[in-house]
Design a protein around this ligand. Structure first.
Ligand code: NAD
Length: 353
């Protein structure tokens, strides 16, 4: 069978209701990038740009499609008039990132005429967005020096904290986090701040990071325990907070979980819909990722209307109420919270149409 025989582009787009996928290549800089627009029914598609060394092109396409689709639900559930999109640059940001490749990418964003608005994601920073802004006006999350709102991670972490409190209240009858055991996977931009916030709430925390130096520096600074990257998923705890990459809870790792709640910042931490169902059947409460991690999107989206910190914080803290209502409806309907959240998001998008 040839590569062409196995290539499937339009069928998944049709099944998942994608509007648009663009592939960009720039000979001069070596840029290889994909921009996926899932939906513009609620407004222009906003979603960050991930710079990542994908093992192959199929993995990059799968990732950008999953992320873009989640963004549609994320914006809808956060009450934003925005659609869902995302972009990826294929490469290792530590080696391949330079102003030329970033500007080449930004020209691609500009060519889409505002249908897609880019921002920050893993492998890119607000400083990179400043470089994007030389070539496109369709970018949010710039540094304050450039008139932007800056790094969205603190707001993402605040939203995750609120979602954890709602989940803990649903599970234990009180949102008090004193003495609750939390295992945090990944102490990057969001994981680090979340560790700090949870520590202030009196939680007992264990962290891990594939970057062992980062894990030990964070542990020293914030006085928390560390464990190996392999061990964190199966650590006995009340809350497992994935704050690294997607797909961490899969058929293999599912049986090793020893937590009561899964609630963290990572996009798409569940490998499949079946895993969401299995988690539910095992009695493990799951706070849907695209609801709990919306604080960063709320933060950058506000830039489009004139930044207002109070509004951003209030909207982000509303994640507490949204997660509570999802968990209550999941109990009533006896389906997983992920299913409930997806259908709530779909209702919002369909109503807007
Ligand atoms: P980041 O790249 O700053 O941090 C991720 C950290 O996870 C890094 O320190 C990395 O070394 C570590 N890591 C990677 N694989 C790991 C593993 N298997 N075990 C332990 N550690 C591992 O990214 P971030 O901005 O903190 O985002 C974290 C997650 O949250 C991502 O999935 C991202 O898409 C999602 N997210 C982030 C934001 C935001 O505002 N930054 C918003 C919404 C969602």
């Amino acid at each position: 069978m040839t590569q062409t025989d196995t290539l499937q582009l339009f069928q998944p787009m049709e099944e998942r209701e994608f509007e648009h996928i663009s592939f960009f290549h720039d000979q001069k800089t070596g840029l290889r990038s994909i921009i996926a627009i899932h939906s513009t029914k609620l407004g222009p598609a906003l979603g960050g740009c991930r710079f990542y060394p994908y093992a192959n092109e199929q993995k990059a396409l799968a990732d950008v499609m999953n992320l873009a689709q989640s963004m549609t639900s994320k914006a809808a559930m956060a009450g934003l008039e925005l659609g869902g999109g995302k972009s990826v640059i294929l490469g290792n940001p530590k080696k391949d990132k330079n102003p030329q490749i970033l500007e080449a990418f930004a020209k691609c964003v500009e060519r889409l005429g505002g249908k897609y608005i880019t921002s920050v994601d893993s492998g890119t920073s607000s400083e990179d967005l400043d470089i994007f802004s030389r070539q496109t006006k369709h970018v949010v999350g710039l540094t304050p020096n450039m008139g932007g709102a800056g790094d969205p991670s603190p707001l993402t972490a605040l939203g995750v904290l609120c979602g954890i409190e709602a989940s803990v209240e649903h599970c234990f009858g009180s949102k008090d986090l004193t003495g609750k055991k939390v295992a945090i996977q990944g102490v990057g931009h969001v994981g680090y701040i979340l560790t700090k916030l949870l520590r202030e709430k009196g939680a007992e925390i264990v962290i891990s990071d594939v970057d062992a130096q980062k894990a030990s520096d964070t542990a020293k600074q914030l006085q928390v325990e560390t464990c190996s990257a392999d061990e964190i998923v199966s650590r006995e705890c009340d809350i497992f907070a994935p704050c690294a990459m997607g797909g961490v809870i899969n058929e293999k790792s599912l049986d090793t979980l020893k937590c009561k709640i899964v609630a963290g910042a990572a996009n798409n931490p569940l490998a499949s819909k079946e895993v969401a169902r299995d988690l539910f059947e095992k009695g493990i409460l799951y706070a849907p990722d695209f609801v709990i991690n919306a604080g960063g999107l709320i933060h950058v989206a506000q830039e489009l209307r004139g930044y207002d910190r109070e509004k951003v914080e209030a909207k982000t803290m509303n994640i507490y109420k949204t997660i509570k209502s999802i968990l209550e409806r999941a109990d009533q309907d006896k389906v997983s919270p992920a299913t409930v959240a997806r259908s709530m998001a779909r209702e919002i998008v369909e109503k807007a149409q």
